[in-house]
Ligand binder design. Structure first.
Ligand SMILES: O=c1nc[nH]c2c1ncn2[C@H]1C[C@H](O)[C@@H](COP(=O)(O)OP(=O)(O)OP(=O)(O)O)O1
Length: 187
């Protein structure tokens, strides 16, 4: 069955479409992002609300992601979209350059809901905040370096192989492939 990926972010859809065998359709619906430190809570709440609002039978998928900088105890974390829109990716790079710790981690939680129960899948990748390099990807990809390459210097497949979203998609794909009776959540 087609999975309705509820997001305004085409980059997320590109990565999910490349990973999953099921067809993925992008649906633009601005679900409420609840205020929480927990990406899983935000994504699960969004998936329930989107499914109820959109109607129909097809399952929905919501992805809530964030960049967590060690120097600032995880900032911007769940507020990464707001921070990208305000201080910008360059602003985050400058901010981290003022600290003596450039380590960061990208995290994402996928929430899948088919009207039965919400199931969540998380993924994380470790990296460093660097001066921007590369034209691929989206968002913070140019300033997030993993193993010597920024995420923006990688192809979609290369990014999926190591990224937060790729790891979450791998868990999700395994779960989807399992017999429904064996499915259990959350992950
Ligand atoms: O793989 C990624 N590589 C680089 N940057 C990324 C990635 N994944 C999310 N991002 C950015 C986009 C946004 O600034 C924030 C997450 O915000 P987040 O609310 O999850 O996404 P969003 O507002 O772009 O789209 P939507 O909520 O419609 O799915 O981190």
């Amino acid at each position: 069955m087609t999975i309705r990926f509820v997001t305004s972010n085409e980059g997320k859809v590109r990565e999910a479409s490349e990973y999953l065998t099921e067809p993925v359709e992008q649906v633009n619906y601005d679900y409420t992002e609840i205020q929480s430190d927990d990406l899983g809570d935000i994504a699960a709440h969004g998936a329930r609300e989107a499914f109820a609002h959109l109607g129909g039978e097809a399952p929905v998928l919501v992805d809530d992601a964030g960049l967590f900088c060690d120097a600032f105890d995880g900032f911007p974390g769940p507020y990464s979209a707001y921070v990208q829109d305000t201080v910008g990716v360059g602003g985050v790079r400058e901010l981290v350059a003022t600290a003596d710790d450039d380590r960061a981690r990208f995290r994402t939680v996928l929430a899948y809901y088919d009207g039965d129960e919400v199931v969540t899948f998380d993924g994380a990748v470790q990296g460093r905040i660097v001066d921007p390099r590369g034209d691929g990807g989206f968002g913070y990809d140019p300033i997030f370096e993993h193993d010597g390459q920024t995420l923006a210097e990688m192809s979609t497949a290369e990014k999926n192989a190591i990224s937060h979203r790729g790891r979450a998609l791998a868990k999700f794909a395994d779960w989807l492939a399992a017999e429904p009776a064996e499915r259990k959540g959350p992950r």
